[in-house]
Write a protein that binds this ligand. Structure first.
Ligand code: UGA
Length: 441
């Protein structure tokens, strides 16, 4: 099928390349000529493993092209995916300005029936809003609106797109559902489950899924606090919980709090949507509070370990909100580094992918070329993001480089017994071996 994907950000680009890989003819559009120029010259503006190859293959096989001509793409294509940003406004609500602009552009250039699909995470009710815009500003042609949320994870987006756990389709007529199934035909034959429902349910599925996953993380992060207080081990507790098939082992990794472009934004947006309808989504409100506290708690963890940090040098390994991405949005390292700087610490830092982006966020951070340069002369080493290269550090060398053998591991990458045997003071998250059992509170 001929498909236009509007917006060549993260979601748009992965969706466009993935849909082309399924055999569709795809035009990825953006209003930013520099972006489109770059893409036409084979330059991928985001860091995502495997994306360059899939783009290259589909461009080469002529199923994928890039254009700034939205009008032409709209006229040419039967299906139009909206994949523009929905950034949070100051009150946490999603800003729909770009979605509305695209809907108006589609309305203006429709030259036949169009399937208009929202791929961006949009507040419940957006599908109906787009329908109204198409009806009111349209030129008599019919636009059917479908919600088809994406569930990609940064760092494994290509695999998530090509082999998703499920495809969610929210539509109100049979023809739209049939067209969506045609677009995703290869997944249908792989027996990937399709959840077909109405537009509102589909929009809510995305928020509910992210809200639930964020809840799981905040839950285990609070269990980790309990472990520290009681002398338990959060990894054992998580394993013991996760082996219950009703709970499942995933997303029970305690750490410095969740970040990224999705969980923080989507949880505050769903809380805001609930409030608009006069309801307080209490669990989500608590998740947001817990996440903020957990992030702040990491500053305390480092300060407790070092003592007064004024004038002390802290080496931070990992800046991105998770490995395999250059994304710094809402990264737990932001409150961590800023909190330590406020207390007078000097920060040295290294990340395999996110240094450029973090330069826009931090001042006075000394950026280094690898883990060893970062550790050189520091009073403590903090593992903040679990990139693979930090899982296999040459510990003897790190020990020699540090002023004192102190490692604070916010991702529980290393085994506390081993670290002790290697001569380190090793502090991690929610593991009793390394923390004094505090007095009962
Ligand atoms: C998340 C969802 O996992 C995707 O399904 C969804 O499509 C995406 O949001 C979105 O809405 O676009 P992503 O933000 O890329 O994907 O990253 P995750 O791998 O989910 O991690 C999010 C945060 O949670 C990271 O800061 C990570 O370190 C943290 N996390 C994750 C934990 O602290 N513990 C865990 O057990 C898992």
């Amino acid at each position: 099928m001929e498909i236009a994907v509007i917006g060549t950000g993260y979601v748009g680009l992965v969706t466009g390349a993935g849909l082309a890989d399924f055999g569709n003819d795809v035009i990825c559009c953006d209003i930013d000529p520099a972006k489109i120029d770059a893409l036409n010259n084979g330059l991928i503006p985001i860091y995502e493993p495997g994306l360059d190859k899939i783009v290259e293959r589909n461009v080469h096989e002529k199923r994928l092209r890039f254009s700034i001509d939205l009008a032409e793409a709209i006229r040419h294509c039967r299906a139009i995916f909206i994949a523009v940003g929905t950034p949070p406004k100051a009150n946490g609500a999603a800003d729909l300005r770009y979605v509305e602009d695209v809907a108006r552009t589609i309305a203006q250039h429709m030259n036949g029936p169009k399937l208009v699909i929202t791929k961006s995470t949009v507040p419940i009710g957006t599908g109906r809003l787009i329908e109204r815009i198409l009806d009111e500003s349209g030129n008599g042609h019919k636009g059917s609106v479908v919600s088809n949320p994406e569930f990609l994870r940064e760092g494994s987006a290509i695999e998530d797109f090509l082999k998703p756990d499920r495809v969610v389709i929210g539509a109100s007529d049979k023809e739209s559902i049939a067209l969506m199934k045609e677009i995703y035909a290869p997944l249908h034959s792989l027996e990937i489950p399709f959840v077909v429902t109405n537009v509102e349910s589909s929009e809510l599925i995305k928020y509910a899924a992210n809200g639930f996953l964020a809840t799981k993380i905040s839950f285990i992060n609070e269990v980790a606090v309990m472990c520290e207080l009681l002398g338990a081990n959060v990894q054992d507790v998580a394993r013991g919980m996760g082996l219950d098939s009703r709970i499942g082992p995933k997303f029970l990794q305690a750490g410095p709090g969740f970040g990224g472009s999705c969980f923080p934004k989507d949880t505050s947006a769903v809380a805001d949507i609930a409030r608009q309808y006069g309801y307080e989504f209490e669990i989500i409100e608590a998740v947001l509070r817990v996440n903020k506290n957990i992030k702040q708690r990491m500053v305390g963890k480092v300060v407790d370990a070092i003592g007064d940090v004024r004038g002390k040098t802290v080496a931070i390994l990992g800046l991105a909100f998770k490995p395999e991405t250059d994304d710094m949005r809402d990264s737990p390292t932001i409150p961590l580094i800023k909190g330590l700087q406020e207390k007078g610490a000097v920060i040295r830092a290294y990340d395999p992918g996110a240094i450029e982006n973090s330069k826009k966020i931090f001042e006075n951070v000394i950026y280094c070329g690898d883990a060893y340069e970062t550790a050189d002369g520091a009073d403590a080493l903090v593992i903040a993001t679990e990139w693979n290269e930090f899982r296999a550090l040459k510990l003897e060398r790190i020990k020699k480089l540090l002023k004192q053998p102190l490692i604070i591991d916010l991702r529980n990458v290393y085994d506390p017994q081993r670290m002790k045997a290697e001569g380190f003071t090793y502090i991690s998250v929610g593991r009793s071996e390394d923390i004094r059992v505090r007095e009962r509170v």
